[in-house]
Design a protein around this ligand. Structure first.
Ligand code: PEP
Ligand code: MG
Length: 891
């Protein structure tokens, strides 16, 4: 237990007050600095102000609690002793950095202030002590800029403007071309900017600088960037950020200094290879910002062999200690190596899988831990389309492969343009092309199908963020020249305009003009191994929602154990089919409808045959027609005239029928089981097609398990009506053909009333499948097709924590499910002695959090789209591993 009065935790000199497990209190960075220190890894000394202080800071109206101050002062004294220098002492100055560090990593989202402790007097002392006035004054001007912009709200552009003006006056191109004297002048200019915008002089007292910087970090916790990032990453429930104050070490002290970021394994592929970048004579931010393109880490062996060897040793120590791939930051100051950070590294889905499986083989972790290490959602990455190897398109450029997968999209040149484009054309894929990206760009990056930058290395912001999201990304593609003014991108001798298509291959770094063909992936190697482990553990079955033989076969390849939802209406849209369907809809009487349905029947049957064949031996749930009939007719004059011609009726007739079918609330209208109740011949045709197809496939020697599902049932009487008819038709067909097939008749539970009267319904239903799309719609009273007007605001204002159409609302809709399962199972058992099979087929069946819910309420299976089947398999295994933890009801 931590001491509630202890707000400050020191580390350094081979010991520490904290440890790795204290992430909630010390933030990830602080906890790991403490841990590294204890492990004997060289860490510049410092201290961490806890996340509780951040919470108190906000509770007390943005004021630092008094009790913190003496503890900070004591920690400074300890740090001064360890370093052998003093904050504010011109003859022997200590400089510190002030950085954020929440319990979960939020790269670049909060404030950092470096070189704190410099003042007019100290900068002189620093120049003397290092013999490098240029270095001292460069540090000072950076401090004024960082402190001014982050702690005091002065726009960074004002400082940048002075820097550019001086460079122009001096006729130089790079910051590094400015001399010590130039930088002295610049410091004065920066101080003037500071005073002009704050009304006060730049503070000379390091303690005053320190308090303001600590508050600036706390303030950035609620900054727009950080809040947006937490929203996208669904991070909630954290107290705040910790603040790490640490002795500065400098990577920019000359050619014997440098800085780098690395991963203990390749975060793209997961290969057990040291991976990263470094820059000689640079500060840490230079690597991450992607402004200079850094060198690959292996090169360091040539430039600083001793340091490289030491780093390799630390890589081993960290991995065997944490038993997890680490993302590290280091600085070399005048030949001495310091570690500034270690944390578990963000990785692509494919890397996550490979690392987890290989770590089991290496004896570092067990299979259960491996399964928990992979975020099910990240498997998307392994399921991303890859470029078709047969595609002939030649790359026009090559950059650094930063996050695998292929992406094609219309070029956008800024994050704002990405947001605007996605709002206007949500279905059109976009590719964000930038010189580099920064934390301000995350919203636009999130919307892009892929990201291409002209600068930056493997650890640049674009690379790290894209990898975290499993988005294809190519960085450091130096031949790419972007001209935002004219909206064009030059790639070597080619020019593309914003809005043109461009393709990137994040696996190889290739860039191609236009849209390049892609192929679907398959499950093999490490992925297959992890899936096998998941299958051994999980108890929930995973089915798929599919309505074509091709999708069914794909899903089966991905591990689907049956079809949980075949939406038959999707089969009515082909050329000849839609005409027959329309004929049926405009028919005047039963005879006319029957004639049209007879035309449809062979198509339906052929589709079912294909699906039954593909799913040989596995259950196939086929749902009777669900949508309102007007969805099959055009609503415009021209379309109606064309249909009239095709059907050989007058335009007026089609128009009249459309008007007749018009509904104010189609989702609550004439659909679902209401259709075969009013037009029983529709249901008859479908049941006949199902049973005939089943008999045909059975005759081929295959095993067929059809499950006929009746949608949108709200009362037992509805179910009885449709079921009675379906049984009669099925029996008749079987008698006719002289062959029997086993089939089930069940229902969807998607109307709240069905859930509440599940005991009654289960007396007739042989299975339940929760249609949580409709159940969510009807429980909230949100039309599922009309949420875009308010859902973004609801999420932003935290009226809802997540979109309930994506993640099941455990608290509300979940209660109906629990009632439905419990009442249904009990009644069925009492009446027939049978276990009622229960599944889910709404979109939630492929959402990991919702899958966990389904496991806890005891469903038999979840059903989701083919590409989410592996995700659901892993989520189902994780649900078993999380047993004992209760379902969160705080939503
Ligand atoms: C549902 O409502 O959850 C469902 C699966 O049916 P549909 O989405 O076709 O309405
Ligand atoms: Mg539905």
């Amino acid at each position: 237990m931590s001491d509630p009065q202890k707000f400050v935790y020191s580390f350094g000199g081979g010991k520490a007050d904290g440890k790795a497990e204290m992430k909630t209190l010390l933030g990830g960075k602080g906890a790991n600095l403490a841990e590294m220190s204890v492990l004997g890894i060289p860490v510049p000394p410092g201290f961490t102000i806890t996340t509780e202080v951040c919470a108190k800071y906000y509770e007390e109206g943005k004021k630092l609690p008094e009790a913190v101050k003496p503890q900070v002062q004591a920690a400074i004294a300890e740090m001064e002793k360890l370093v052998g220098a003093k904050l504010g002492d011109p003859t022997n100055p200590l400089l510190v950095s002030v950085r954020s560090g929440a319990a979960l990593s939020m790269p670049g989202m909060m404030n950092t202030i470096l070189n704190l402790g410099l003042s007019d007097a100290v900068v002189e002392g620093m120049a003397k002590k290092t013999g490098n006035p240029r270095f001292a004054y460069d540090g000072y001007r950076r401090l004024i800029d960082m402190f001014g912009s982050t702690a005091m709200g002065v726009d960074h552009e004002h400082f940048e403007h002075e820097l550019e003006a001086l460079k122009q006056a001096k006729g130089v191109k790079n910051d590094t071309d400015l001399s010590a004297d130039d930088l002295k002048v610049l410091v004065e200019k920066y101080k003037a900017v500071y005073k002009a915008h704050t009304g006060t002089d730049f503070p000379q007292d390091p303690i005053e600088q320190l308090w303001a910087s600590i508050m600036a970090v706390f303030n950035s916790w609620m900054g727009k960037k950080a809040v947006e990032y937490r929203r996208i990453e669904r991070i909630s429930g954290l107290k705040g950020t910790a603040v790490n104050v640490q002795a500065m070490v400098f990577g920019n002290m000359g050619s014997n200094s440098g800085t780098g970021v690395a991963f203990t394994r390749d975060p793209n592929t997961g290969a057990d290879e040291f991976y990263g970048d470094y820059l000689i004579n640079a500060q840490g931010e230079d690597v991450v910002a992607g402004i200079r393109t850094p060198e690959p880490i292996a090169q360091l062996d040539q430039e600083m062999p001793k340091v490289y060897e030491q780093l390799l040793g630390i890589r081993k120590t960290l991995e065997s200690h944490y038993k997890e791939m680490q993302d590290i930051e280091f600085t070399v100051q005048d030949g001495t190596l310091y570690m500034l950070q270690t944390r578990s590294g963000k990785r692509t889905g494919s890397a996550a899988v490979r690392i987890a499986v290989e770590m089991v083989a290496e004896g570092l972790i067990d299979q259960k831990t491996a399964l928990q290490r992979v975020n099910p959602e990240s498997l998307n990455h392994l399921l991303l389309p890859q470029l078709d190897p047969k595609a002939k398109d030649k790359p026009v450029a090559q950059g650094i492969a930063a996050s695998p997968g292929a992406a094609s999209g219309k070029v956008v040149l800024s994050a704002e343009a990405a947001v605007a484009h996605a709002e206007a054309h949500p279905d059109v894929k976009i590719l964000l092309v930038r010189k580099e990206t920064s934390p301000e760009d995350v919203a636009g990056m999130h919307l892009a199908a892929g990201i291409l930058t002209s600068t930056g290395g493997k650890a640049s912001h674009a690379a790290v963020v894209a990898r975290g999201w499993g988005k294809p990304c190519v960085v450091g593609c130096e031949v790419v020249r972007i001209d935002e003014k004219t909206g064009t991108v030059r790639i070597g001798e080619h020019t593309v305009k914003a809005g043109d298509y461009l393709t990137i291959n994040g696996t190889t770094g290739d860039v191609m003009i236009g849209q390049v063909a892609t192929v679907a992936p398959s499950i093999s190697g490490h992925f297959a191994t992890l899936m096998e482990w998941a299958d051994k553990i999980r108890t929930l079955k995973v089915r798929t929602n599919a309505d074509t033989p091709i999708d069914s076969a794909k899903a089966r390849e991905f591990g689907a154990e049956g079809i949980g939802l075949c939406r038959t209406e999707h089969m009515f849209f082909g050329d000849q089919r839609i005409t027959a369907m329309r004929k049926m809809i405009v028919a005047d009487d039963v005879e006319g409808r029957k004639a049209a349905l007879a035309e449809l029947e062979p198509f339906q049957k052929a589709d079912f045959v294909g699906i039954f064949e593909a799913m040989d031996g596995l259950p196939v749930t086929i749902r009777l027609l669900d949508p309102p009939l007007h969805e099959f007719l055009p609503h415009d004059d021209k379309g109606q005239a064309e249909v009239a011609k095709q059907l050989g009726v007058t335009s007026q007739k089609v128009k009249d029928r459309v008007e007749q079918l018009h509904e104010f609330n189609p989702m609550l209208g004439f659909r679902g089981c209401r259709l075969p109740i009013v037009y029983p011949e529709i249901g008859d045709m479908q049941v006949r097609a199902i049973i005939e197809a089943a008999i045909e496939v059975k005759k081929q020697g295959k095993s067929v398990l059809p499950e006929i599902m009746i949608p949108l049932v709200g009362t037992i009487e509805e179910l009885v009506f449709v079921k009675t008819r379906a049984v009669a038709v099925a029996e008749e067909v079987m008698k006719d053909k002289g062959t029997k097939v086993d089939y089930l008749i069940g229902t969807m539970i998607e109307v709240p009333r069905a859930a509440l009267t599940a005991d009654k319904i289960a007396e007739e239903a042989e299975f339940f499948s929760f249609g949580t799309n409709d159940l969510t719609q009807m429980t909230f009273g949100f039309s599922r097709d009309d949420i875009k007007g308010f859902m973004p605001t609801y999420l932003r204002e935290k009226i809802l924590p997540v979109d309930p159409f994506q993640t099941l609302d455990a608290n509300g809709v979940g209660q109906l499910i629990e009632i439905g399962v419990a009442k249904g199972r009990k009644a069925r058992k009492e009446k027939t002695g049978e276990h009622l099979k229960v599944g889910i087929c709404g979109e939630h069946g492929g959402d990991p959090e919702s899958v966990a819910f389904c496991h806890v309420v005891g469903m038999d299976y979840v059903s989701c789209s083919p590409y989410r089947v592996p995700i659901a398999r892993l989520a189902a295994a994780q649900a078993v591993l999380a047993e004992g933890k209760t379902i969160s009801r705080d939503r």
